[in-house]
Write a protein that binds this ligand. Structure first.
Ligand code: CA
Length: 233
């Protein structure tokens, strides 16, 4: 299957509980996450393996986050770095950005906020290769915001486009209504769930990009959610 680009993330964080929670959360979103528990290990991995993004805790035993960041930038590493810091002081932020951080997030942070920052950095980092998703005869160009299936242009609303992009990013994996509510609608707390709204949009999307074609790509997993994948016979 093409069209699925797995983002490789290096998480440099010494607190096992935090590291595991972040890792599990990001893996559930389809990212591949490696944990380094010390600055030394983090620096070694960052300089020997290719990562799309580094999440860097500042308070580390031994070589701290700022030292690691300075050393990475001195080596001309261009990997985007998102600094995670518990020290909410202006000075630390300025130091982090001066040392070459692309963004920072104050601990404790809400997971959707982390996700939003990661996506923003990932988009920036990939600007040389405009994201284009292809699945069977379906192609989605995220920059031109066009959707083509079997040579036909398909007009989507913004919401439908975002929905389809999200499904393509998770192609082959089940996407729950909770994930869609959180990441596409960006609603985390609401009295009434968005399920009906989501189902209506899915139905409209399906009527445009799936039903008119011979094979089915979008399937509903009853009681769970949706999956976009090539039909297997
Ligand atoms: Ca720490």
């Amino acid at each position: 299957m093409r069209g699925r680009c797995v983002l490789k993330i290096l998480l440099i964080e010494d607190e096992p509980r935090v590291a595991r929670a972040v890792q599990e959360g990001l893996q559930a979103e389809g990212f591949r996450v490696t944990i380094a528990a010390t600055g030394e290990d983090g620096f070694f991995r960052a300089t020997t393996e290719p990562y799309d993004l580094i999440l860097l805790d500042l308070m580390l035993p031994g070589r701290d986050g700022l030292e690691i960041l300075t050393a990475l930038r001195a080596q001309k590493s261009a990997t985007p770095v998102l600094v995670l810091t518990a020290r909410d002081t202006v000075q630390d932020r300025v130091c982090g950005l001066d040392a070459g951080a692309d963004d920072y997030l104050i601990k404790p942070f809400a997971f959707p906020e982390l996700l939003a920052r990661i996506r923003a950095l990932a988009r920036r980092g990939r600007s040389d290769a405009p994201p284009r998703f292809v699945l069977a005869d379906l192609a989605l160009d995220v920059v031109a915001r066009t959707c083509v299936r079997n040579g036909q242009n398909i007009q989507l609303t913004n919401r439908e486009f975002d929905l389809l992009e999200y499904l393509l990013r998770h192609a082959g994996h089940t996407v729950t209504r909770e994930m869609l509510a959180r990441d596409v609608w960006q609603v985390t707390e609401r009295m009434t769930p968005l399920n009906n709204v989501i189902d209506v949009h899915i139905a409209r999307l399906r009527a445009k990009m799936d039903t008119p074609f011979t094979s089915r790509l979008l399937r509903t997993i009853r009681g769970v959610g949706f999956v976009l994948a090539e039909e297997t016979s």
